[in-house]
Design a protein around this ligand. Structure first.
Ligand code: FE2
Length: 670
């Protein structure tokens, strides 16, 4: 007889413990063990959360190189049937070899489950018939568990599930996350001490009243916003470092539908608009996707959503100042172009309509579509097409954590018929679907890849652009990790072309995420290692840094409502000289709309206590030295970037923290 030592680790998370019997069978190239009940002196405590337990297993002869294990869980008399979250199983063979089997999955019910030895294997590496068999079996099961669903025609497809409990256990929130999320969601209004306001369909009557509501929950930045929301320089600053830094672009030729002349736009420093445009100092924000969208009706009142054009000037002292605003796309007599020299309230109202348009554009395009919905597509395609033993699965699975559930909740609580966004945002209802569809059809691959995006928008040398500075560094760090890890497993382009699982992953993304639109430039296949590395870098960057950049500051910049009204309920001025503070207050959303917006932004900006930071891997899917070393280097580089950002922020009036790796989550989880 020969002896195998088996070490089983239960995850250290709430409810991971099982008191059920655990059975294991070792399968090697030369044979398999009998199915063995893992028992030792610890008895029912052997599979307690956070505990590693050791067992012995005997076989008549050596099993050769171990390929997989079969694990099943059976309820014991007098004990309840309880799900078990196992981390990994390690086996020491009689020859002294150590084999690690990553699990990181809830095991419920009594079915036998197969787990592969942890060495990453592409499909073409998996020559043993047992490996091929388990690969096929795993993928058949996953295709049943993870199905594509068309939520609305024209939007990226999503995970099919009628409610969060229909999601497979391994992709659901942890107990801690569920409890916290539901608590924050149900107490958002109470926590902000806004409950009394949530039923008031009245107008705001003075700014002081908004201040009183807002002062219940503030952040350093939201305080700053309250002080500076009317400043032109701060209005411009938000296009670079606020929550929507992806819209602004350099303007080299004025759009035909923005008929401004040099004479209309006196610029600081004395140069003309044309001269400054030639020098590259003029920028444009065009909200054309919002044009003609049907606005919401809130509290029985029609709402107003504009599709503005905003022209900005980089001044000699490096500020980005708005110099002209046209609120509707088509020039007309009742569509005046507003300038900073107009009356205080004409200019302020123009900016308020822009900020409200920006809220709707940001939430639907920059945030929901370009991070949440894409992250779900990347995740579902991974889960349907790529087995656990594949290097791509090991690399990407940490970046899918909680995404399917948070998106399910977003569809349920935010954009469903009775969702907060549907009920209280200017574009809620038909409008938001129109914006989402337009956003998807205008999305390009290059705009998702930060270095290309910055170059295409002509923003390489804009000063004080911390989103770009931090984002490009983060992109490079992620790119080096991906290049190192995937470069280790794919030695040449042929190996990429021949990997049918990898190719199915990208094909599904093209088909279900980008609805097979070739004009997006999204690859339909990978032909080279470089193409694959770039795409996977984009996936990790989108799920981590980019989501953080458009998500984390929502309350910072939106908590003070006048800076980010989620809707507006009076039309914009059609002639100049008709506005006042009273017009502004009547235009702001009603009290209940305001506080619903505030509490949602509060909820969505709140970090969960089981947050996993970028580059942290509580689940150790890779078992080999090379990826482990690369991850160590990656973590070191992230730490250096984090220190650099914190040092830089000390000298900034408004610190930019959203791309600090220490504060960026690994996945779209909120
Ligand atoms: Fe988010």
């Amino acid at each position: 007889m020969v002896k195998y030592k088996v070490y089983v680790t239960t995850a250290n998370c709430a409810q991971a413990t099982t008191t059920n019997g655990i059975f294991i069978k070792l399968v090697g190239e030369d044979g398999e063990s009998s199915r063995t009940w893992l028992t030792n002196f610890k008895g029912a405590a052997a599979f307690y959360r956070g505990v590693e337990s050791k067992f012995s297993l005997y076989c008549p002869t050596s099993l050769g190189k171990l390929v997989l294990i079969e694990v099943d869980k059976q309820r014991l008399p007098l004990f309840p049937d309880d799900a078990w979250f196992a981390s990994k199983v390690k086996v020491k063979s009689p020859e002294g070899d150590i084999y690690t089997f990553p699990i990181y999955r809830w095991i419920s019910g009594s079915d036998v489950q197969l787990f592969r030895e942890g060495t990453a294997l592409r499909i073409t590496d998996d020559s043993h018939h047992l490996g091929k068999y388990s690969r096929e079996k795993e993928m058949k099961l996953r295709e049943q568990l993870y199905s594509w669903h068309v939520y609305k025609e024209g939007l990226p497809h999503c995970m099919k599930a009628d409610n969060p409990l229909d999601l497979p256990c391994e992709v659901r929130f942890s107990f801690t996350k569920t409890t916290e999320f539901l608590f924050t969601a149900s107490t958002g209004l109470a926590e902000l001490q806004l409950k009394g306001y949530s039923c008031s369909k009245n107008n705001w009557t003075d700014i002081e009243a908004i201040h009183k509501v807002f002062c219940n929950k503030r952040t350093d930045i939201s305080d700053y916003v309250e002080q500076h929301w009317k400043d032109n320089a701060f209005f411009g600053y938000q296009y670079l470092n606020g929550v929507n830094p992806i819209l602004i672009q350099r303007c080299t030729v004025l759009p035909e539908n923005l008929p401004v002349t040099d004479a209309m736009v006196p610029l600081r420093g004395g140069a003309s608009l044309s001269e400054e445009m030639q020098k590259g100092n003029i920028f444009l924000c065009d909200y054309k996707r919002l044009d003609g969208v049907k606005p919401n009706v809130i509290n029985g009142k029609k709402q107003y959503l504009m599709a503005p054009l905003v022209l900005l000037h980089k001044t000699p002292d490096d500020q980005l100042m708005p110099v002209a605003i046209q609120l509707k796309q088509t020039p007309a007599d009742d569509n005046p172009i507003f300038f900073p020299i107009d009356s205080e309230y004409d200019w302020l109202m123009a900016k308020i309509f822009v900020r409200s348009a920006d809220f709707n554009e940001h939430q639907l395009n920059a945030h929901l579509l370009r991070t949440h919905l894409l992250a779900e597509v990347f995740a579902v395609s991974l889960l349907r097409n790529v087995p656990m033993v594949h290097p791509l699965y090991k690399l990407l699975i940490p970046h899918t954590r909680y995404t399917l559930q948070i998106n399910h909740l977003a569809r349920l609580l935010l954009i469903a018929e009775k969702g907060v966004f549907t009920e209280f945002a200017a574009s809620g209802g038909e409008g938001m679907m129109a914006i989402l569809k337009r956003s998807l059809s205008s999305m390009t691959y290059s705009s998702l890849c930060m270095p290309d995006d910055i170059a295409e928008r002509g923003l390489e040398d804009v000063p004080n652009f911390y989103y770009r500075d931090d984002g490009l560094r983060l992109w490079d760090i992620i790119n080096r990790l991906v290049n190192g890890v995937l470069g280790h497993y794919y030695k040449n382009d042929d190996e990429v072309c021949q990997d049918s699982e990898l190719q199915k992953w990208i094909q599904d993304i093209f088909e279900h995420g980008f609805l097979s639109q070739e004009c997006t430039g999204i690859p339909q296949e990978f032909r080279t290692v470089a193409e694959m590395v770039k795409f996977v870098t984009m996936v990790i960057f989108t799920c981590s840094g980019q989501h953080s950049a458009v998500n984390t500051g929502q309350y910072d910049y939106g908590g003070w409502m006048p800076n980010t009204p989620i809707s507006l309920q009076r039309p914009p001025p059609t002639t100049k000289g008709t506005t006042s503070e009273a017009t502004m207050l009547q235009t702001f959303p009603d009290i209940n709309t305001t506080v619903q917006g505030m509490s949602t932004m509060w909820l969505l900006s709140k970090q969960s206590s089981d947050f996993v930071g970028l580059g942290q891997y509580p689940e150790d899917h890779f078992c080999e030295e090379v990826p482990h070393k690369l991850i160590k280097v990656y973590q070191g580089e992230l730490e250096v970037l984090s220190t650099m950002i914190r040092t830089r922020n000390k000298s900034l009036e408004i610190p930019y923290t959203y791309m600090d790796p220490a504060l960026v989550e690994n996945s779209v989880a909120i």
